[in-house]
Write a protein that binds this ligand. Sequence first.
Ligand SMILES: Nc1ncnc2c1ncn2[C@@H]1O[C@H](COP(=O)(O)OP(=O)(O)OP(=O)(O)O)[C@@H](O)[C@H]1O
Length: 558
Amino acid sequence: MDEAGDSTFPNWPELRRLFTYDELVGKVLQGRYEVVRRLGAGGMGVVFLARHVHLDKLFALKIISARYLDEPEIGRRFLLEAQAASKIDHPNVVGITDFGPPEAGPTFFVMEYLEGEDLARTLAREGPLAWPRALHIVTQIARALAAAHQRGVVHRDIKPQNCLRVGRDGDPDFIKVLDFGLAKILSGTHKSTWTVGGSPGYIAPEIYRGGRTDHRVDIFALGVVLHTLLLGRLPAQAPSDVELPPHAPVLHTADLPAPLRAVIDRATAEDPERRHPSADALLAALADARAALESPSVHALEDMPDRPRARPARRGLLLAASLGGALAVAAAVVSTREASGDAAGPTLTATAADPAPTPASAIARSDDPATTAAPATPLSPAGAVPEGPAPAVPIAPASAVAPDIPAPVESLAPGPAGDSAAPTPSATRAAGPAAGARESALTAPGAKDMFEQTLPKAPVASTSHRPPQPLAPFDPAAARAQLERRAADVRACKADSSFRTMTATVRLAGTVTVSPRGKATVALPPGYDVSPCLERLVAGTRFRPSLDGGEFAFTFLL
Ligand SMILES: Nc1ncnc2c1ncn2[C@@H]1O[C@H](COP(=O)(O)OP(=O)(O)OP(=O)(O)O)[C@@H](O)[C@H]1O
């Protein structure tokens, strides 16, 4: 049987009209690949799910885009792509198993079929990832690149869309790098002048300049991917430029721990000579960053040369969420202490923009001072806040503050932290119609001082017997105050989490739901290993029974 005959394949003129190749569904290509359905389309081709009729196994089949049918050179490159990728035998690289030569119809190649979600979709769904997860993912991509570069293959289009998360051996974040669509087999000189392709934001500057390029374009792109995974946006994008999921934290470059910033800054250096020289070197840097972040002596690394200096105030890692339309972001952050060493209380700092300078890099960072109109206005003396761990301020025992008794109605008066700060642009984005619903903040240092001013005065305990009180409606202010009193437990959760190495105050916003019987649960942004501890903390807090139960937004300050 002629595998390319009309019985199994539409004729060429017909194909030219079929830009999308939808007619292929149900057809059998080359006598063995039954096209099941279309999976999607990219710049170079259309991807179909196909069943190998002899093996009864599913594959992904990528057919060159119909717009290139008249361009044999592109077809040749397309095959080159398949051949190059098939040489990379690595668990983190999608396997290429077969291809269809152009003389037998439109060029296509066959890949292992992967069920999963690409990183762009994960980011759109979940928002920025916690650093252990981001490092785990980027490390796998770097391994894939190391294997490819060893075989002279440069990907040239590393971006979240080309990295698929597939579950493997219990790891939901096992990565397969797809689409070596712009890869080119390097010549013996390992230099290329092929300058087409790439995705905006991930393209190394030397590609734009049309100069010679090599494997370091992939190092650059992977540095951008790391930034994107950690902050939810490209380095050149401002927080307000991107639509993050409602619960997503809003972070700035300067919020990243120094070891991570160092990796990103080096990988994305404008001059390829200043980048990590190889994927293996990048892997080593990623391992070092992980070790530094996991080490209790991480703070010693804060003097690394590429750490921003001369910050007007220590910025907290701002993790915020908009939940149920309630105000999600209080733009105040708690500075750790003042230069004088006076650790008496927290300092509020307006955070309209990130004030921290970032080391020279190829990328104009949107939250850098160089590209940001107005620096933050410190409410504390500029430059007065040194870097360093937050001083421990003992929190008074609960009995010394207020017992777990619902507050009087007037305690709904605004609290000090959430209300005194000006919202950031991202806060404005995140704030919903119910923005007036107060988001409360649980401070670490100085929490007692801060909250005692507005905590409801507890009714004086009486030993005399009183008739049972009828159930009152749910009082969110009282419930919030109860959680605010558990600051020490919240800090203990931080100490057990990957946030323990961060000296900045981490704000994690969630929604607490309390049942009429006083049992509570909390919904937190996904992906943070501190969440189970906070969930236990909330579940273990006894709230006063009420008529109806209710919910309130709550920000844990870690
Ligand atoms: N091996 C595969 N298994 C399952 N789905 C795949 C596979 N390869 C590609 N896909 C899916 O097919 C769609 C098109 O992929 P393709 O790589 O052609 O496009 P792209 O990466 O979005 O764009 P471009 O090629 O322009 O970078 C995507 O949704 C992708 O996830």
